[in-house]
Design a protein around this ligand. Structure first.
Ligand code: ZN
Length: 122
């Protein structure tokens, strides 16, 4: 698993509130107002931020859709005792991952989806 955050501008409470707000409006509307995949990414981020030990770890994201909603599947060890696991993207199922610092990922995500939820409003 390669999940971590180098630097984050929004604290986890703010992020949690934003997730709640979006989920609330999604529940009210007959169709999701906010992209549910983006909400999942935000949830993932708030989990990462909670850990507080993210300083030196890069964030792992999907090369296809830029999601950080990545899961790791572990297989049985080989006869040599080597552990095997595969990371895959939950939203699109791709297994091609890239690691970057969170600020770089944030820029890419913003460019792709126009979402900049990690940056404090000034
Ligand atoms: Zn993906």
């Amino acid at each position: 698993m390669c999940i971590g955050i180098k630097q984050i501008n929004m604290n986890s409470n703010k992020l949690k509130n934003e997730i709640k707000r979006r989920e609330y409006y999604n529940n009210l509307a007959p169709f999701p107002v906010f992209d549910t995949e983006i909400i999942k990414d935000m949830s993932k981020l708030s989990e990462i931020v909670k850990k507080q030990d993210y300083n030196n770890e890069p964030v792992c994201y999907c090369k296809t859709c830029l999601s950080i909603n990545i899961k790791s599947v572990e297989f049985e060890s080989t006869q040599a005792g080597e552990e095997r696991s595969v990371d895959y993207c939950v939203p699109c199922g791709n297994t091609e991952m890239e690691e970057v610092h969170i600020s770089e990922w944030q820029e890419m995500y913003k460019e792709r989806y126009g979402e900049d939820f990690l940056t404090k409003k000034k």
